[in-house]
Design a protein around this ligand. Structure first.
Ligand SMILES: Nc1ncnc2c1ncn2[C@@H]1O[C@H](COP(=O)(O)OP(=O)(O)OP(=O)(O)O)[C@@H](O)[C@H]1O
Length: 671
C-alpha cells in the first residue's frame, strides 16, 4: 500500500490520516454508486415506465412560456401514475403519445384514432393537469393526494336544480343538458372555462354552447370518425389546431383485429336468425344493437322466454342512470352474456373482452357502424362483427361502408343451423299484451321512418305484414264494438249526446241511449225503449251479471297467485339465465311481468334514436337520456294515472303531413 501511495504522491505517505480520509471518501463514493445501481436494477418495471411517461410529456418543443406547466406536468404525472400503473397502463398508445404534449402546451388539438385506441386517457391527462395547474402548490398537493377534483355528471333525467353544475370544476355533460343550464341556471356561467373536450355532433346545440364560452379557451376534439371539415372547425373557433390523425394512412378505418361480415335477411326471419346466433355462441360475450328502446325491451322479454341458455341483459335510454350503470357493471363481470342495446351503447363505452357485435338492423350511417362495431376488438384485442341487412338496404349501405373504407364481406347463413322459434314465439305472443307487441312494432317502423337516408331506409319497402304476423302482431280475434266502446269509456272520452225535441216540446236523448228505468210505463203508453221494465230481460241480465262476477273473481284469484311469482320473475326481466329444457310445457302469464310500456308512450320519441350523434367524450352511460326528466319505464307506468295517460295526445315527433303519410301507408298495408 505504501508503495502504491508513494508512487502517486510521495508527500501523502507522510500523513496516513490524510490517506485514510481519501480512501474513505473514494470508498464511500463507490459504495453509493454500487448501491444506486443495485436499486436501479431492483426498481419495479412500473417505476421505470413512469419515468418514461414523464419524459414523454417533456420531450417535445416546450418553450420558456410553458416552464410553469412543466413543473405541473411532472407533478401531475406523479399524481396520476399510481392510478395508471394500477390500471395496467404501461406504455402510452399512439394517440396518447402524439396528443398529450400538444394539449399540455395549451394548444387546440384535433385527434382522430380508431375505436379502442385510448383516446380517453389522451384527454383525461391534460384535463387533470389543467385542473391541477389552476391551484397553487399547496392546493395541488392536497388535491393530488386525495384526488378530489370536483367532477359533475350533467345529463338530465334529474331536476335541473339538483345538478350542482356551478359547484364543480370538471363537468362531463351531454350538450343538450349543458345548454339548458346555460339558459336556466342563474348561478352557472362559463366565462372562466379553460378547456373544452368534445366529440363533434349535435351541430346546433354545440353552436349554441360555443357562443357562451370564452374565446381564449383550449379545445380538444377527439373522435374515431373525424373529418377535417372546415365547416366543423369554423363553428368551434379553433385556434391554429394541431391535427393528429393516428391511423390516417391505415388501409381501413376499423381496427385491424376486427373481422366484419354481413348477412342479408328478411325482416320476418330476423328473430330466428338472432336466436340461432345466440344458441351457437353460448360461451361468448355478445352485444346486439337494435333500433329503439321498445324493441330492446320487447325482444328481451321474447328471448328470455325462449330460453337461449345464456344470460341476456338490456341497456337502453329509458333506464334510470343507476340501472344503466348496474347493467354495464354486470355485463363487464360476466364471462358469457348477451347485451341487447340501443345506440346508447354505441359510442365511447369501453366494454372489455366482447367477442361479437351483432347489428340486428342496419345502422343509421357508416359512422354509426364504425362506433358500434368498435365495442369489440379494443386495445389490441380481437373481435368479430355481424351486420344484418334487409335486401333493400344492402346496396346502399355497402357503398357507404366502402366509402369509409370499412372491410366487410357477405356471408350466407347456413340454413341447417337455423332454429325456428316460430311456434314458441306464437305461443308467447298469444299471451303477450297486444299493446306491448304493437308498441315495439310501431317503434321500429317509426325509427326506420325517421332515418334521414331514405335510399337505405325506405319504410315502404318493408314487408310489414309478414313481420307483424311473424314476430310481433300475432293475429288476434277482431275486437268487437263492445270492447272498443269499453276502451273509450276507460279513456274517459266525452261522448257526444244527441237530443231531440218531441212535438210536445219534451226533450229526449237519442244518443247514447239512456238506461232503462225501473219505472213501469203508464198504461197505454208505448215502450219507446227509454222507459218501462221487462222482468224477463232483467232476470236474464241478472244471471249474466252473476256469471260475469264469478268469472271475474276466479280471474282475480288466479292473478293473485301469479303475482306471488311476480317478484322473482321481475328480476328475470332484465337478466334471465335460461335453459332450453323444461321451457316448453310451462304456462306463462305475461301479467306477471312488470309493464315496461308507458301507457301513453307508444309513440313517444325513443331517446336512443338520436344517440348516434354522440356527446362528450368520454361518453357516459347517461348520454342520450332525454332532458324531459322522463322516468324509468316501469316506474313511470306505475306512477302515472291511467286515465291521464290515455288522454294525453300522441306525439310522434313527426309533422302532421308525415304522420298522415305514415298512417295511411300502415293502414293500406294492414287493410
Ligand atoms: N396506455 C394504455 N395502456 C394499456 N391500455 C390502455 C392504454 N390506454 C388505453 N388503454 C385501454 O384501452 C381500452 C380502450 O381505451 P379507450 O376507451 O380510451 O378507447 P377510445 O379510443 O376512447 O375508444 P372509443 O373511440 O371506442 O371510445 C380501454 O380498456 C383502456 O383502458
Amino acid at each position: 500500500l505504501r508503495k502504491k501511495m508513494g508512487k502517486k504522491n510521495p508527500t501523502d505517505t507522510a500523513d496516513p490520516v490524510n490517506n485514510f480520509e481519501r480512501w474513505k471518501k473514494k470508498y464511500n463514493k463507490t459504495k453509493t454508486r454500487v448501491k444506486q445501481e443495485k436499486t436501479q436494477k431492483r426498481k419495479p418495471e412500473w417505476q421505470v415506465e413512469k419515468e418514461g411517461i414523464i419524459l414523454l410529456g417533456r420531450a417535445r418543443r416546450i418553450n420558456a412560456k410553458d416552464a410553469e406547466s412543466i413543473s405541473c406536468l411532472g407533478l401531475t404525472f406523479l399524481l396520476f401514475t399510481p392510478g395508471l400503473m394500477e390500471a395496467q397502463y404501461r406504455q402510452p398508445t399512439e394517440i396518447q403519445r402524439q396528443t398529450i404534449d400538444f394539449a399540455l402546451q395549451g394548444k387546440d388539438v384535433l385527434g382522430a384514432a380508431k375505436t379502442g385506441s385510448g383516446k380517453t386517457l389522451a384527454f383525461l391527462i391534460p384535463v387533470s393537469t389543467q385542473l391541477a395547474g389552476l391551484s397553487d402548490l399547496e392546493v395541488l398537493r392536497k388535491v393530488g393526494k386525495n384526488h378530489e377534483f370536483s367532477a359533475g355528471l350533467i345529463i338530465g333525467r334529474k331536476d335541473l336544480k339538483n345538478e350542482k353544475i356551478h359547484r364543480t370544476n370538471n363537468i362531463i355533460c351531454t350538450p343538450g343538458r349543458l345548454l339548458q343550464h346555460m339558459d336556466e341556471t342563474a348561478a352557472f356561467h362559463a366565462f372562466d372555462l379553460h378547456m373544452l373536450v368534445l366529440d363533434i355532433g349535435f351541430a346546433d346545440t354545440i353552436n349554441a354552447i360555443v357562443e357562451n364560452l370564452p374565446k381564449t379557451r383550449q379545445t380538444l376534439l377527439f373522435s374515431a370518425t373525424q373529418t377535417k371539415s372546415l365547416k366543423d372547425l369554423a363553428r368551434l373557433s379553433l385556434q391554429d389546431p394541431e391535427y393528429v390523425w393516428v391511423h390516417e394512412k391505415d388501409k381501413f378505418s376499423t381496427p385491424a383485429t376486427l373481422e366484419q361480415n354481413y348477412v342479408v335477411c328478411e325482416l320476418s326471419k330476423k328473430v330466428n336468425m338472432l336466436f340461432s346466433f345466440i344458441r351457437s355462441h353460448l360461451q361468448k360475450k355478445v352485444i346486439v344493437f337494435f333500433a329503439c328502446c321498445k324493441e330492446v325491451q320487447y325482444l328481451l322479454r321474447v328471448y328470455c322466454r325462449l330460453r337461449p341458455g345464456m344470460p341476456i341483459l338490456a341497456l337502453h335510454g329509458k333506464q334510470q342512470l343507476m340501472k344503466r350503470v348496474e347493467v354495464y357493471n354486470d355485463f363487464i363481470k360476466k364471462k358469457n352474456a348477451v347485451l341487447f342495446a340501443t345506440d346508447i351503447a354505441a359510442r365511447g363505452l369501453d366494454f372489455p373482452a366482447v367477442n361479437w357485435v351483432l347489428q340486428f338492423h342496419c345502422p343509421e350511417d357508416a359512422n354509426t357502424h364504425i362506433h358500434r362495431v368498435g365495442r369489440t376488438a379494443r386495445y389490441k384485442e380481437g373481435g368479430e362483427a355481424l351486420l344484418v341487412l334487409l335486401p333493400s338496404e344492402e346496396e346502399c349501405m355497402l357503398s357507404q361502408l366502402q366509402e369509409k373504407i370499412v372491410p366487410i364481406n357477405r356471408i350466407q347463413v347456413n340454413p341447417e343451423k337455423l332454429t325456428s322459434v316460430q311456434q314458441k314465439l306464437e305461443a308467447f305472443l298469444a299471451q303477450e299484451k297486444e299493446q306491448r307487441r304493437g308498441s315495439c312494432f310501431f317503434s321500429y317502423l317509426r325509427s326506420v321512418y325517421l332515418m334521414k337516408n331514405k335510399e337505405v331506409f325506405d319504410v315502404f319497402q318493408l314487408k310489414l305484414q309478414e313481420y307483424a304476423e311473424s314476430n310481433t302482431m300475432k293475429k288476434t280475434e277482431k275486437e268487437t264494438k263492445f270492447k272498443e266502446a269499453k276502451k273509450v269509456l276507460k279513456r274517459n272520452f266525452q261522448v257526444n249526446t244527441k237530443l231531440v225535441f218531441t212535438e210536445e216540446g219534451h226533450m229526449v236523448q237519442q244518443w247514447p241511449t239512456l238506461q232503462r228505468t225501473a219505472v213501469p210505463a203508464t198504461e197505454g203508453e208505448e215502450d219507446d225503449g227509454t222507459t218501462g221494465i221487462n222482468v224477463e230481460e232483467l232476470e236474464y241480465r241478472r244471471k249474466v251479471k252473476e256469471k260475469h262476477r264469478e268469472k271475474r273473481l276466479k280471474e282475480k284469484a288466479a292473478r293473485r297467485e301469479a303475482s306471488k311469482q311476480h317478484t322473482e320473475e321481475q328480476k328475470s326481466e332484465e337478466e334471465v339465465v335460461a335453459y332450453l329444457d323444461g321451457a316448453d310445457g310451462e304456462e306463462f302469464d305475461p301479467s306477471t311481468l312488470p309493464d315496461p310500456d308507458k301507457l301513453c308512450s307508444d309513440s313517444e320519441e325513443d331517446d336512443d334514436q338520436s344517440s348516434h350523434a354522440a356527446g362528450m367524450r368520454k361518453r357516459s352511460l347517461s348520454d342520450c337520456s332525454d332532458d324531459s326528466g322522463e322516468e324509468d319505464e316501469a316506474e313511470g307506468s306505475r306512477k302515472r294515472p291511467r286515465q291521464q295517460a290515455a288522454a294525453k295526445p300522441l306525439d310522434t315527433g313527426l309533422s302532421l303531413a308525415e304522420d298522415e303519410e305514415l298512417v295511411l301507408h300502415l293502414l293500406g298495408i294492414r287493410r
